[in-house]
Write a protein that binds this ligand. Structure first.
Ligand code: AMP
Ligand code: MG
Length: 430
């Protein structure tokens, strides 16, 4: 909504709060993955493929031995036993990248090592353990082998023209190994979203400082930087911004030129020093201010115009920069990131919209009070096989989130959760 409809809530309180689900629907509709960029294979692990990868080659491109032994014609060994071995004439050797140049005929064998090309005419590899070298030119098969035994067939691993990895795949170490095997030097990966972190508050000192007098140390930026990095972002250096309308505005303008997502900590509530919502409404569209969520009620979300508007209609429209006005209370800040900002960071980077936390369904040890119409983010501990709530208040006490194993969400439709009922716990640790 434009600034003409800006509703200044300062010293009045939020009149309307958006539902959590409505906010999620809005963010879902307004965000999509960034375009791809070339990434060298050595830096591709952990990145998300923007395009499907198909192979231009067969792997292996030649039939190769899977064992050390002798390349033979399987039929020759059909009746071989330890007591009645079958003698074969040894006619040469095949080593990796140094193949035997001739052809193996009936009654012949070629010494071969793992990975070496299987010579023409041979259709099986007899393991060294099942053969006995009797003379420089004679080997005895002491057991039969069937056709195809211990041979890796052409294209057995990867067939030319086949899909090796789908788009959207987050590359695992073995993925980059397989990509190397088909001759890949670079992949097209979804660009990592750049995340700008702004910290407001006269009272806030940067991390590393010792809290003194009436000043406190910024907990939010280190936490947000770690969360955004976990979610695949490229995190820009943190900027500290004075609680002053012009300074907040200038910081937002600069950040919108540098990043796809802005996380602005503090100054989003109803205090006289809370300048960020008005600045956001003037610079773009303040789509949300106030969410029916505890403890992140003052959350604001705005869309700011991205730099470099498109030159012609053939170019895709530039997506707006998503600005999150995060409450300064550290637990509120964590909650708002977990439920909203994190999803957007991951979405832009081609990752999952879902929360990156493992879940468990366990019974609740105590009632959890809430209010119909509001979602509660409740820090909990898992003790034995029960979920123990650590309290919904105390949004300024980050130690509650540190003590917690995870969180439970009380749905908006419920006025409370009841002792004994099964609830879903989102576990902070993987
Ligand atoms: P605000 O959202 O700016 O109204 O701040 C709400 C509360 O969070 C106040 O008690 C602030 O002092 C505190 N706070 C604001 N920013 C931070 C921060 N970066 N780290 C820790 N606490 C903060
Ligand atoms: Mg403040």
């Amino acid at each position: 909504m434009s600034d003409t409809r800006f509703d200044d809530v300062r010293m009045r309180g939020f009149l309307r709060r958006a539902d959590v689900d409505t906010v999620l629907t809005l963010l879902d509709a307004r965000t999509s993955a960034l375009p791809g960029e070339p990434v060298p294979l050595s830096e591709a692990a952990g990145r998300v493929l923007a395009l499907v990868v198909t192979s231009n080659v067969d792997v292996p491109a030649f039939a190769r031995a899977a064992m050390d032994g002798y390349a033979v014609c399987a039929a020759d060994t059909a009746d071989a036993t330890p007591t009645a071995p079958r003698a074969l004439t040894l006619v040469g050797e095949s080593l990796p990248a140094r193949p035997f140049s001739g052809e193996v005929k009936a009654g012949q064998a070629v010494r071969i090592t793992t990975g070496a090309p299987v010579p023409l005419g041979a259709d099986a590899v007899l393991m060294a353990e099942l053969a006995e070298l009797e003379a420089a030119d004679r080997v005895a098969a002491r057991a039969p082998v069937v056709s195809g035994k211990h041979i890796v067939r052409v294209a057995e691993d990867v067939a030319r023209g086949s899909v090796v990895l789908p788009s959207g795949r987050r590359l695992r170490p073995q993925d980059v190994g397989l990509l190397a095997s088909i001759g890949t030097a670079t992949v097209t990966a979804v660009r990592r979203p750049r995340v700008a972190i702004l910290v407001t508050g006269h009272e806030v000192l940067p991390p590393g400082a010792v809290p003194e007098g009436h000043k406190i140390v910024d907990s939010n930026s280190p936490m947000l930087a770690a969360l955004a990095a976990r979610d695949g972002a490229s995190v820009l250096p943190v900027r500290y911004v004075r609680d002053d309308p012009a300074a907040v505005r200038e910081a937002l303008v600069t950040a919108a030129q540098q990043a796809e997502v802005i996380l602005c900590s503090g100054g989003t509530s109803v205090g006289t020093e809370d300048h960020a919502p008005r600045a956001a409404a003037e610079l773009g569209e303040l789509a949300v201010h106030g969410v029916a969520l505890r403890p992140a009620g003052p959350l604001g979300i705005a869309f700011l115009p991205a730099p470099g508007a498109r030159r012609d209609a053939s170019e895709p429209p530039t997506l707006p920069v998503v600005l999150f006005l995060l409450p300064g209370n550290p637990v509120s800040c964590l909650c708002a990131y977990d439920l909203f900002a994190g999803r957007v960071v991951r979405r832009l980077g081609g990752r999952s919209w879902e929360l990156p936390y493992r879940t468990r369904a366990l019974p609740l040890a105590r009632d959890v009070p809430s209010t119909v119409g509001r979602v509660d983010y409740v820090r909990v501990k898992v003790e034995g096989n029960e979920v123990v709530p650590l309290g919904t208040g105390g949004a300024s006490n980050l130690s509650t989130a540190v003590a917690a194993d995870g969180f439970v969400l009380v749905p908006a439709a419920l006025g409370h959760l009841t002792q004994g009922e099964n609830v879903t716990v989102w576990l902070y640790d993987a």
